[in-house]
Design a protein around this ligand. Structure first.
Ligand SMILES: [Mg+2]
Length: 420
């Protein structure tokens, strides 16, 4: 039996960051296992799978091709990057493609020059979301304190999970990795560290299918040699400013005086840079599921009339739109169903909404769409409450990939548009 002092000591904080390996591409490889080991990039067009099967049935009529035959589609039938023209962007590349210098966010035309033989597949968010929900459900069965960080990554609090402290978290990380792989065939990389900041860095150390453990005293050996950019939150602009001050590595950042950093970068940023470079981060793991919509509403001090109190109502309306826009932007979402909610002085509630053809998050676009909804509402009675809501949400990242996948309205050739 351990001594009493050991038993009463609080457990060390152990936070994991789990990142699925080349997630979109890996999900596509489940569907097309014949592409395993080949350079494959995802992006550039929306999935219309039936078109691929349709083309097969037209050109290779020796058999009937159905959705059950995806794994039998011959390699020479997949479109390749070679000759691609258009404005599509890569969302994910397989590790085989990355060896050619091809990677996420790169234009497909540039990628076509680096790796013309890479197979090009369109994005299929429905499928990625399906697997996203599945791997997250598996994690929460084992470790319930999980924070959703998007379609392919999560933070997990290992601290109080049985076995979460063993080998610094490695045992639990391995268990989670295995249960995800056994169920889905997908691999992930896990970093376990004293906090989210370090865990996020650690999950990159051993990709793909790796586990990295960072302990408090590993700061100097594992973290300080890294480039400042490896700190989540230091973007290209901040990095350039740091470099102009002769700060390239996290160790060099840590060597600077906190006051000096606050003078150079402002109080808040300077203090944060100082804490981050010393591996300090107290942010909790927040369990919160993906929002379905975001809304703001306000109850008036006195009931307002649509015509007589038009100016006052208009100002409140604009402010609500600005607040929803700020919520969306802060949380990284965009939406395309804009709605309003009215409650009248007799407590009757009326809602109107409208789905527009593109995703938005800015206040003026929300105001415009919400204004059209308001025009469709009965406004004879006095208003007690006004609300603005944005639904049909996507993460900004997903929307960006989808937008790039939309064929150029100007009629620019988009190869995937023709092939799928
Ligand atoms: Mg990933």
């Amino acid at each position: 039996m351990p001594p009493l002092s050991d038993r009463s000591a609080p457990p060390l904080r152990r936070i994991a960051h789990l990142d699925m390996d080349a997630f979109y591409a890996s999900v596509e490889l489940l569907r097309y296992p014949q592409l395993k080991g080949l350079p494959v990039v995802i992006g550039g067009g929306r999935r219309r799978e039936d078109d691929l099967l349709g083309r097969l049935n037209r050109e290779r009529p020796e058999r009937e091709w159905t959705a059950q035959d995806l794994h039998r589609i011959p390699l020479d039938f997949f479109p390749v990057l070679s000759g691609y023209t258009g404005r599509g962007v890569i969302t994910t590349a397989t590790y085989a493609a990355r060896q050619f210098g091809v990677g996420s966010a790169m234009g497909l035309m540039k990628a076509a020059k680096l790796c013309p033989q890479a197979i090009l597949l369109p994005v299929d968010f429905d499928q990625y979301r399906h697997y996203s929900r599945r791997f997250k459900a598996l994690i929460t069965e084992i470790a319930p304190l999980m924070e959703d960080r998007g379609v392919d990554e999560v933070y997990i609090d290992f601290t109080d999970v049985p076995g979460g402290q063993r080998e610094g978290g490695r045992v639990l990380a391995r268990l989670i990795q295995k249960s995800i792989f056994d169920d889905t065939g997908l691999t992930c990389s896990v970093g376990v560290a004293p906090n989210k900041l370090l865990a996020k860095m650690a999950s990159e150390f051993n990709k793909p299918n790796g586990i990295s453990i960072v302990r408090e005293d590993d700061l100097e050996s594992l973290i300080w040699p890294l480039a400042c950019r490896k700190i989540n939150g230091i973007g290209p602009k901040a990095d350039a400013r740091l470099k102009s001050q002769g700060i390239e590595t996290i160790g060099q950042l840590a060597a600077r005086d906190e006051q000096w950093l606050m003078d150079a970068f402002g109080e808040r940023t300077g203090a944060w840079l100082h804490a981050a470079s010393h591996g300090r981060d107290n942010r909790p793991v927040v369990t919160e599921s993906e929002p379905v919509s975001m809304s703001r509403e306000t109850t008036f001090d006195r009931d307002l009339h649509a015509v007589r109190d038009k100016a006052e109502l208009g100002a409140v309306f604009t402010k609500l739109c600005e607040q929803v826009a700020a919520d969306l932007q802060r949380k990284g979402y965009v939406g395309k169903t804009i709605g309003i909610k009215l409650r009248f002085d007799d407590f009757q509630i009326v809602t109107r909404d409208q789905t527009i053809d593109h995703y938005i998050a800015d206040a003026s676009a929300i105001r415009k769409a919400a204004g059209l909804c308001l025009k469709r509402a009965p406004l004879q009675k006095r208003l007690r409450l006004l609300g603005v809501r944005v639904g049909t949400l996507l993460t900004a990242e997903e929307a960006k990939a989808t937008a790039h996948a939309t064929p150029d309205p100007a009629g620019e050739t988009d190869l995937t548009g023709q092939l799928f």
